[in-house]
Design a protein around this ligand. Structure first.
Ligand SMILES: Cc1cc2nc3c(=O)[nH]c(=O)nc-3n(C[C@H](O)[C@H](O)[C@H](O)COP(=O)(O)O)c2cc1C
Length: 333
């Protein structure tokens, strides 16, 4: 059911992809997710948090070498490609940002045309570009001609229920030279409400010849299977479904390739994974920020455990790492 995807000179062997998520898909998380499954069953592609093209270009032009930007590209797993997602509304700046990211090591450049957040949309970026296909096309063309790596685009189904234009927009994406697109099956107006629109994803798949990745509401292995079977897409992309279960992409891939379901990860192993995750975050961000950023992940890992509400409350109010570790030992027994 799972076939590898060729993009220029790259191969995405297992196209069960980690969705870009601001505040979530940082370097520690992407590396953790790609550490499961080994050569045969690990995800082949993770996407970074969205990077603002204009401030990236500004920073680097000012020679303020931003170590955070450089560290975007470090990785532990050679099985997994790194796509860096950029957003913006100026074709020249987007092209410059794409070039910077290519030079720093991005395997793929992804363009954000789906973000629904007000502060992004009001500047003509993200999903606002769904209402401006001419500018969107200029951006894609400029970025494609600026880099050698494949360029991909991530979209939603349209601006709102009255303006579902993803099938035509997808054709424009293909005609402008992008190598692949991912579609979240909701309109901009829906934000995250309602259910994912598989019919529009299916139409998008049949209206283009570049690979299409289906995204939205994949919380179980069966959701992934349904997305692939119903829409015919070439791969799936998972966002929220991986919270607290960073092995989820591996389990989906294992099922799609073998027809078998892996057993639940035992609690003792979950604890070890969580500890490794916290330690990677502290290493990346420093102790204080690392612990702050880790709070949401800690809460997700502990979901469903006895006393987890008390634990979450404790973690959210504690700045003492050793106390948090002690509590984790007690909770994950
Ligand atoms: C916290 C959060 C941050 C996100 N950040 C981005 C982003 O930076 N770029 C992007 O294209 N989509 C972003 N998304 C959208 C996801 O990539 C994905 O399209 C969406 O969550 C639907 O997939 P899901 O149902 O599997 O979560 C974000 C979503 C969430 C929940």
């Amino acid at each position: 059911m799972l076939k590898s995807i060729k993009l220029k000179n790259l191969e995405i062997k297992n196209p069960v992809i980690l969705a870009p998520q601001a505040g979530i898909t940082d370097l520690p998380f992407r590396n953790l997710v790609s550490s499961f499954g080994g050569e045969e069953f690990s995800t082949s592609l993770t996407v970074s948090e969205m990077v603002p093209s204009a401030s990236q270009v500004y920073l680097l032009n000012k020679k303020k070498s931003n170590s955070k930007i450089k560290r975007l590209y470090e990785r532990y797993s050679s099985n997994t490609l790194t796509s860096v997602q950029i957003f913006g509304n100026d074709p020249d700046i987007m092209a410059e940002s794409a070039k910077i990211n290519e030079e720093l090591g991005a395997d793929i450049i992804d363009i954000n045309m789906g973000c629904p957040v007000n502060k992004i949309v009001k500047n003509g970026c993200g999903s606002d570009l769904l209402r401006n296909p001419e500018l969107a096309s200029k951006i894609i063309k400029k970025v494609v001609s600026a880099v050698n790596v494949p360029v991909t685009v991530k979209i939603r189904t349209g601006w709102n229920a009255e303006n579902i234009n993803a099938p035509e927009f997808a054709q424009m994406i293909e005609d402008s030279g992008a190598s692949m697109l991912a579609i979240h099956g909701r309109t901009r107006s829906q934000l995250y409400s309602g259910t994912v629109d598989l019919d529009t994803i299916k139409k998008v798949k049949s209206s283009v010849s570049i690979p299409v990745i289906g995204n939205g509401d994949i919380f179980t292995i069966d959701d992934a299977k349904r997305m692939l079977e119903y829409t015919g897409v070439d791969g799936v992309m998972v966002g929220r479904g991986i919270y607290g279960t960073p092995w989820f992409l591996y389990h989906i891939i294992y099922f799609l390739k073998t027809g078998e379901r892996l057993p639940e990860v035992p609690i003792s192993e979950r604890k070890e994974i969580l500890l490794k995750h916290i330690s990677a975050m502290i290493d990346y961000y420093g102790e204080k920020t690392g612990m702050l950023n880790a709070r949401k992940h800690i809460a997700w890992y502990s979901k469903g455990l006895r006393n987890s509400a008390e634990f979450r409350n404790f973690v959210n109010n504690s700045e003492n790492i050793s106390e948090v570790y002690e509590f984790i030992e007690k909770l994950f027994k």
